[in-house]
Ligand binder design. Structure first.
Ligand code: AMP
Length: 237
């Protein structure tokens, strides 16, 4: 049975706000893929290919990879057939240039995918605590946190039992730089989506599932509003 496309769910939030964790939960609930720009970059680094070697130091310094490189990598991923009903985009767009490229790309694919942007908000002190407790699996990139999202076996990935590691950019000094970049380059992006009327905000502190439910409510409200506008049935996943 054909179902109507869900759309492109963009998750915004400063480093440590829980975008990856929430994106995974939403992907399970909505049945659409989770595309993480950070994971795409890290998998190139792990593969040791030319692209990965070129970006490793940029990630370690907490700076942004040039727009042209991330756009090219994402374009390849979006050609995959699993994106036809929509996808959850985590960590992209992070600059206005990336946002304009995304809108243009969606228009040119003309497959009726609408954007719903959700910003997860947290204070700096909450982020410092989260980042200090965060570990990830270097094999599948699943993220855990000793504050609230512990692995079943301490120090090991739930999915593949790989020993967990801390990301080189997850330290307080680099966090400051990443937050500064977020304020300067990414805040204008979500102002752009706010002006287009497609941005919702949720608080990022609290139990994972209650934040997920809040995000789902925002997404459903937005998609139902769009369905009404176009005279379609009410949206349900
Ligand atoms: P994340 O896993 O989302 O925290 O991203 C980790 C790092 O990957 C960032 O600090 C940047 O160095 C790089 N990165 C991820 N997404 C982007 C993007 N959209 N544009 C440029 N660099 C990015």
């Amino acid at each position: 049975m054909n179902r109507s496309p869900i759309g492109v769910i963009i998750l915004f939030g400063p480093p440590g706000a829980g975008k990856g964790t929430q994106a995974r939960e939403l992907s399970k609930y909505l049945g659409i893929p989770h595309i993480s720009m950070g994971d795409i970059l890290r998998s190139n680094i792990t593969a040791g290919n030319l692209l990965g070697r070129g970006v490793k130091e940029i990630l370690d310094r907490g700076e942004l990879v040039p727009d042209s490189a991330v756009k090219d990598m994402l374009q390849v991923r979006l050609l995959n057939a699993d994106t036809s009903q929509g996808y959850i985009l985590e960590g992209f767009p992070r600059t206005l240039e990336q946002a304009h490229w995304l809108s243009m790309t969606l228009t040119s694919f003309s497959n009726d995918l609408r954007i719903v942007a959700v910003a997860i908000e947290m204070t700096r002190s909450q982020l410092v605590r989260r980042i200090a407790g965060r570990k990830h699996c270097p094999f599948c990139y699943m993220t855990f946190n000793i504050y609230g999202n512990r692995p079943q076996k301490d120090g090991f990935c739930d999915r593949d039992m790989t020993p967990l590691v801390q990301r080189p950019d997850d330290c307080e000094e680099i966090l400051d730089k990443r937050l500064d970049i977020y304020d300067r380059l990414t805040m204008p992006v979500f102002e752009h989506f706010r002006a287009e009327g497609v941005l919702a905000k949720v608080a990022g502190e609290g139990p994972i599932m209650s934040i997920t439910n809040e995000i789902i409510n925002c997404i459903e409200a937005r998609l139902n509003a769009v369905s009404k506008q176009f005279g379609c049935d009410t949206y349900s996943p």
